[in-house]
Design a protein around this ligand. Structure first.
Ligand code: ZN
Length: 253
């Protein structure tokens, strides 16, 4: 399985528009972070987790020719708003499969009402094949996915375990029972916003404590704010099996 980090930034991306913060002004490519998303590829399957405002750019940057589906973690704007840009895939492949919690599907119907129109639907509009998911494992292609509940302040968010790899974003708290579902993964990705605490996101210390608990061979941090610091400097401070993800990084599992 190959994972591509399509975006590793927090909701505003890095740099932030108009910002004079040194990290926003950095010339290091690794300090440029699009909104968070990953591409998951194995055999001939290609899935995307989340579909934020940078989706089009991310598909172009990685020359993605087809997608077999999109898994949504939750309905915040930085995770869903690129959905209209599945059009080129829809024109070639037909209805695009999406996998999401019932609440997220409801949000998609509100934000993209025209996509769900049944009468006089505009011909250029994409169509989706909706797969409602709950806490039960489900199958994409030939792979079982285990949904894991994490909490983003008071909002439930799905993390996903794909066999030896797990992707956790927008987490602030997680119950012991859900942590158990992640144990045994070889590679864990988890959100780490910045060093100071935040109401709805793990800060660096909380992310590192969570990694210790799950105890994977390797971990990658994502959903990063400019406030975390320069990529090159923060990497030096991390335990030896923990890395900062950066845009377009590919890892094999
Ligand atoms: Zn987010």
């Amino acid at each position: 399985m190959e994972i591509t980090f399509l975006g590793t930034g927090t909701s505003q991306g890095v740099p932030i528009i108009g910002s004079d913060h040194p990290v926003c002004l950095s010339e290091d490519q690794k300090d440029k972070r699009l909104r968070v998303s990953i591409l998951v590829e194995w055999d001939n399957y290609t899935y995307v987790v989340d579909c934020g405002p940078d989706f089009r750019q991310q598909m172009l940057a990685n020359n993605v020719k087809k997608i077999d589906g999109i898994l949504f973690t939750h309905e915040h704007n930085d995770h869903i708003i690129g959905l209209d840009d599945v059009r080129p895939f829809y024109f070639k492949q037909g209805d695009i499969s999406v996998y999401a919690h019932q609440r997220v599907i409801k949000a998609l119907k509100k934000r993209f009402d025209y996509v769900f129109e049944t009468v006089n639907k505009y011909p250029g509009t994409p169509s989706l094949k909706i797969n409602e998911i709950n806490d039960t494992p489900f199958t994409i292609g030939n792979l079982e996915v285990i949904p894991v509940n994490v909490w983003h302040h008071k909002l439930q968010v799905y993390a996903f375990r794909f066999h030896d790899f797990a992707y956790v974003t927008d987490a602030k708290t997680i119950t012991e029972e859900e942590v158990e579902k992640l144990k045994g993964v070889k590679v864990l990705t988890v959100n780490a916003l910045r060093k100071e605490t935040h109401l709805a996101h793990f800060n660096l210390d909380e992310a590192l404590a969570f990694i210790k608990k799950v105890n994977p061979e390797k971990a990658y941090l994502t959903h990063i704010s400019h406030l975390l610091g320069f990529h090159a400097e923060v990497e030096k401070e991390l335990p030896e099996n923990v890395f900062l993800a950066y845009d377009n990084l590919k890892i094999k599992i």
